[in-house]
Design a protein around this ligand. Structure first.
Ligand code: ATP
Ligand code: MG
Length: 328
């Protein structure tokens, strides 16, 4: 079977440079590699409190960003997770095949729940990886481009696929996480020991930031002792993070970037990083504004949901039959 690529982002807040590097930057190339299912994970966005208007607006923004990044809606499917009901239906089945013990080991759950009072932790936050596994297996996805923080969830999906296939025969396809060599985990500019995250926006570069704001954020990014521009995550987390960002923007290796910045002072290096980010994001932001204005995301989402539903319903039927649910 040819490659089936699936990837999603939650409409929980303003998209960051981390999301851009993990998913959006690679979309254009993905169009040519195989069939792509690209979705807005709006059901997942409910795992932490969110206002209805904010959720709606974030979902529109995300659709426009996907298109601005070069997703071809004719060739591939762009859709809202909630508009394909098979996600929720398969979730009702698969929640019985993943266990409390394994879900409680997920670091995303530990991190996100640690910030909440016990009786404010929704069941959905705990069960998030079950729905995520359904998102993936519904499309027989083989390749899942993600950041490093999602690898644990994909490993769990792989365990689920093994579990189901061993019990019921080969009914699900085994997925694989695809990580960038450089830029798997972009860190906060104000604290390079924590991940840049849209729901914890401290030291983030937002995809909607004006170029002047982007420059200011990069110029005031936390750096480290010393003066050499060298990749050393342990002793130079700030510089290493900026190096990663630069490499992603220019599509070069860390070694090449280190070579380029021999003899640079931190200030001049940061200026080069800011130039690279702005050069990449400015045209992207321009396309995004055009798409928001002409609302081309509306048709793309409708068509995408239709395409996605056909495939998702086939898988759902296959699973229902195999496990003994009576289906016509
Ligand atoms: P939230 O705080 O709501 O979890 P997020 O920024 O982590 O927001 P997600 O919607 O959870 O965004 O993730 C979308 C994709 O972006 C995933 O593939 C995730 O691995 C990737 N990603 C998120 N943050 C980073 C980051 N800092 N570096 C690299 N990839 C990232
Ligand atoms: Mg996240």
């Amino acid at each position: 079977m040819s490659e089936r690529i699936l990837t999603g982002i939650k409409p929980t807040g303003q998209l960051t440079l981390g999301n851009y590097i993990a998913v959006l930057k690679n979309l254009r190339k993905m169009n040519d590699r195989g069939e792509c299912f690209i979705f807005i994970a709006d059901l997942h966005a409910l795992t932490l409190p969110i206002e209805p208007d904010v959720l709606r607006q974030n979902s529109i923004d995300l659709a426009a960003f996907y298109l601005a990044a070069g997703l071809d809606p004719e060739k591939n499917a762009l859709f809202l997770q909630s508009s394909v009901s098979a996600h929720a239906e398969l979730n009702a089945i698969m929640q019985n095949y993943l266990y409390m013990g394994e879900l409680s080991r997920m670091t995303q759950f530990k991190d996100k729940s640690a910030k909440l009072k016990e009786n404010a932790i929704g069941l959905g936050l705990f069960a998030y990886p079950v729905l995520m596994a359904c998102d993936i297996v519904l499309y027989d996805a083989t390749t899942i481009p993600v950041g490093e923080d999602q690898v644990q969830h994909i490993e769990l999906t792989r365990d689920l696929v093994n579990r189901i296939n061993n019990r019921y025969g080969e009914i699900l396809t085994m997925p694989k996480a695809e990580l960038r060599k450089v830029g798997k985990r972009i860190m906060s500019l104000s604290d390079p020991t924590v991940k840049m995250s849209k729901s914890d926006p401290k030291g983030d570069i937002f995809l909607k930031d004006d170029p002047a704001v982007i420059r200011k954020k990069i110029m005031s990014a936390v750096t480290d002792l010393g003066c050499e521009v060298k990749y050393d995550e342990e002793n130079k987390p700030g510089i290493s993070n900026l190096l990663q960002i630069y490499c992603c923007m220019k599509d070069i290796s860390i070694e090449e970037a280190e070579q380029r910045f021999v003899g640079y002072r931190y200030g001049d290096f940061k200026k080069a990083v800011a130039d690279a980010v702005i050069e990449e994001l400015e045209p992207f932001q321009q396309r995004y504004r055009e798409i928001v204005a002409n609302k081309s995301y509306e048709k793309a989402l409708q068509e995408g949901a239709k395409k996605a539903s056909v495939i998702a319903n086939q898988t759902l039927k296959r699973v229902q039959k195999a496990i003994g649910l009576l289906q016509e």
